[in-house]
Every structure is written in structure tokens, then in C-alpha cells.
Design a protein around this ligand. Structure first.
Ligand code: AMP
Length: 410
């Protein structure tokens, strides 16, 4: 199947070709014809599947050409807003459409100016969009197509009241496209409220990690996680690594640990300013830093190609975040690896993750690493069963692992 066979016009086909896309990804193949038919569409697809172009291309084709904001994409984070706008700009390269992104954390003036000069496809985070609307800087009364991107995340982040306010400002007659990585009851209920008899397209099973990702578990005492990370980076010569921590504070600390060992790393979390976050992303993209250390909310929006490894320095509290995290590697068909450091107090999180993905993640030891204490999850555990931890005496190498005393420290 080619992009032309999906019904896209030649100006867009030229844009797609210039971006180096040769054939549509499954979500593009599924969603584009429905979206072009003018129907409301619900797309259930993880990030990394090509979902951005799946909604951008039909929008660019369907928007009417006269002035004003005709298409609005609402997305939870600034990073996502910037990335979506970048895809939109590239796809629109051979058309007359004008795109812009608006998001918080930066000055209003440049965004206002851009809108004043004429924008027909606007990508926005909810808070800033409402601010601009209240100040009279943007008119949403002509919107024909609305995209709610990462709807599950916007719900999790508490943005839905803002999204509802935005919906109230739009013409009632419009096309709605909603994308979400997961279809929780909350997402289903907002779909019921917001969309009109939508066609549902999904890629793969909901909340199943991308098949191409190799997943490994590294049981380790919490105090040794930093050392293990450094050793893993050095031994395996890892490059282009995305590390996740539970808190911003821990992200900063991990960066310092890596830097002390000569491994260039940058933090990316919501305590960093927009320009610091952008610089970290740019440095990572250009290869000036090998490791980005992120927290979940911000990381969700990172679109960097060729992330070789995702490392869960801390297990996520929310099992669905595991799926989102590891989805950052192995994008668009490339292979990737996800390592998770499992502390003795993180077994509940592991159990929830394994229950969600319906798979037991294999354990691995780092050869030669001086484990001071080791907690090894029972190998006989199954995804939904409680598994026991066995204290095995510490200071072990991968192979000659000795189990002793079934002691369990919680
Ligand atoms: P997304 O899921 O929209 O974040 O896209 C994930 C990555 O896949 C991005 O880096 C896109 O540039 C890339 N991509 C999207 N569509 C295609 C395609 N048809 N062929 C190759 N790469 C694509």
C-alpha cells in the first residue's frame, strides 16, 4: 500500500516523500482513509507508530483554504506540541497551509505575532490556548477539525476541565479525531461525550509494548542503582540512552552520578525551563550528550530517533507508564532494548506491569558487577501471581548465582 492509494493529493505526497516516508505505517493505513471521509475517528495507537502523520495528513488535505484557524491539535506537553508542529510543517511544505505551535512557559508575544500573521493549523497545549483565547489573541470560531492527541495523558494530567472549556469555544459542527495509547474507561467516557459515532482504528493490542523491544530486569539494591547504571553504560558502551526516574530530584542526581564518571547526561523534567529542556533535547539529538534523564510527564513527548536503550532507573508507579517509557525506543520499526532496575521495594510495581503486559520480564545480572546485596524475583512467578524475593547473599556475578535463605526484606 502506498500513500497515494490512501487518497492523498500530490502536494502532500511530495511532502511525505521529502520526509523520507516510503510507505504508510499501519496506523496511517488504517486512519487516513476514515479521516479523509470526514468521519470522527478514534485512533488507539502507541507513540512511535507514526500516529502524528496519521492525523496531520488528512487534516492538511481536508481543511478549507480561507483564513483563520481551521484545524486545532490539542496535546498535553510543549515537547509534543513542538514535534507535532514540526511534522505538520514538513508535511505541508508543498501546500499553502501555515502552521504554528503555542504552549506555556515562554513569552506570549512571538506566539501572538505568529497567529496574527495567519495560521490555519494550530497545535496547542490546553492552558496556553485558553490564555490566548481569553486575551483575544486567537479565534477558535472557525475550527473545522479538532484533534485530541494523547487523550489518556491529558486526562491523567488533569487537563480535561481545560479541554472541555476549549470544546465549548469550537463550532458544534466539526470533525473530531482522538488519539490515545490506552482506552481506559475514562477515555471511553470522554469519547462518548465528545465524538459523534466515531470509527475506531487500533494498532496492535492496547497497552502491549512494541514487540521489537527486548526487555530485561536487573534486580539491584536501591543504593547501588547509580553504580549499576554507570557500569552498564561502560561495559556495554551504551549510546543514546533514555533513563527514567521517579522524581525530578532523582533525575538530577542520576545526571550528576553519570557526569562524575565522565558520561555526558542531561536532565529533562518540568523544573527545567523550556529553553533548558530544548537544549537538552538538541544536545541529545546532536550526540553531545549520551544520556537523557527524564521523568514520566515530560518524557512522554520526547521524539528522538534511534534511542537504543530505555533504562527504568526506577520502576514506574503506573504500569501504563512502563509501556509509554519503553515505547520511546524501537520507534518506527527499529530495534530497541529496555532495562529495568528493580529495587527490593518495587516488586508491587513489577507485578502490576507484568500483569498489564501479560508477560514475565526476564532477569539478568551484570557480569562482574559487585552486587552488595541481591534480591532475585522468583523465576517461577507468572505474570499475575505474587512472586517471592530471595535474598541470595550479595556480591554475585551473573552465572554463579547462589540462592540462600528465602529472606525477604520489604
Ligand atoms: P509518531 O508515532 O508520530 O511519534 O512517529 C514516530 C516516528 O516515526 C517519527 O520519528 C516519524 O518521523 C516516523 N514515521 C512516521 N511515519 C512514518 C513512515 N510512514 N515511514 C517511516 N517513518 C515514519
Amino acid at each position: 500500500m502506498t500513500f497515494a492509494e490512501l487518497g492523498l493529493e500530490s502536494r502532500l505526497l511530495k511532502g511525505v516523500e521529502a520526509m523520507g516516508y516510503t510507505s504508510p505505517t499501519p496506523i496511517q493505513h488504517e486512519a487516513i482513509p476514515h479521516a479523509l471521509s470526514g468521519k470522527d475517528v478514534v485512533g488507539c495507537a502507541q507513540t512511535g507508530t507514526g500516529k502524528t502523520a496519521a492525523f496531520i495528513l488528512p487534516i492538511l488535505q481536508s481543511m478549507s483554504p480561507d483564513g483563520g484557524v481551521k484545524a486545532l491539535v490539542v496535546t498535553p506537553t510543549r515537547e509534543l506540541a513542538l514535534q507535532i508542529e514540526e511534522v505538520a510543517r514538513s508535511c505541508a511544505r508543498f501546500t499553502n497551509h501555515r502552521t504554528a505551535a503555542v504552549f506555556g512557559g515562554v513569552g506570549y508575544e512571538p506566539q501572538k505575532k505568529k497567529i496574527r500573521h495567519g495560521v490555519d493549523l494550530l497545535v496547542a497545549t490546553p492552558g496556553r490556548l485558553l490564555d490566548l483565547q481569553r486575551r483575544g489573541d486567537v479565534n477558535l470560531g472557525k475550527v473545522e477539525i479538532l484533534v485530541l492527541d494523547e487523550a489518556d495523558r491529558m486526562l491523567d494530567m488533569g487537563f480535561w476541565p481545560d479541554v472541555r472549556r476549549i470544546l465549548a469555544l469550537l463550532p458544534a459542527k466539526r470533525q473530531n479525531l482522538l488519539f490515545s495509547a490506552t482506552m481506559s474507561p475514562k477515555v471511553l467516557s470522554v469519547i462518548g461525550d465528545t465524538l459523534d459515532d466515531p470509527t475506531e482504528v487500533r494498532v496492535g493490542r492496547t497497552a502491549t509494548p512494541v514487540e521489537a523491544i527486548e526487555q530485561k530486569l536487573y534486580p539491584v539494591d536501591g543504593m547501588q542503582k547509580g553504580e549499576l547504571l554507570v557500569e552498564l553504560m561502560q561495559q556495554r558502551n551504551l549510546d543514546r540512552v533514555l533513563v527514567f526516574t521517579r522524581t525530578k530530584h532523582r533525575a538530577d542526581r542520576v545526571c550528576r552520578t553519570l557526569s562524575r564518571s565522565g558520561i555526558k547526561a542531561a536532565p529533562i523534567h518540568s523544573n527545567r525551563s523550556q529553553s533548558q529542556r530544548q537544549k537538552a533535547l538538541d544536545d541529545f539529538k546532536q550526540g553531545r550528550v549520551r544520556v537523557l534523564v527524564a521523568t514520566d510527564i515530560v518524557a512522554r513527548g520526547i521524539d528522538v530517533d534511534n534511542i537504543s536503550h530505555v533504562i527504568n532507573f526506577d520502576m514506574p508507579n503506573n504500569p501504563e507508564d512502563y509501556v509509554h517509557r519503553i515505547g520511546r525506543t524501537a520507534r518506527a520499526g527499529a530495534e530497541g532494548t529496555a532495562f529495568s532496575f528493580l529495587g527490593p521495594d518495587e516488586t508491587d510495581e513489577l507485578r502490576a506491569i507484568e500483569g498489564l503486559i501479560n508477560k514475565v520480564i526476564e532477569c539478568e545480572d551484570l557480569e562482574g558487577f559487585e552486587y552488595r546485596m541481591r534480591y532475585v524475583p522468583s523465576e517461577s512467578r507468572t505474570a499475575k501471581k505474587v512472586h517471592k524475593l530471595a535474598y541470595n547473599g550479595g556480591a554475585l556475578s551473573g552465572r554463579g548465582r547462589r540462592r540462600s535463605r528465602g529472606g525477604r526484606r520489604r
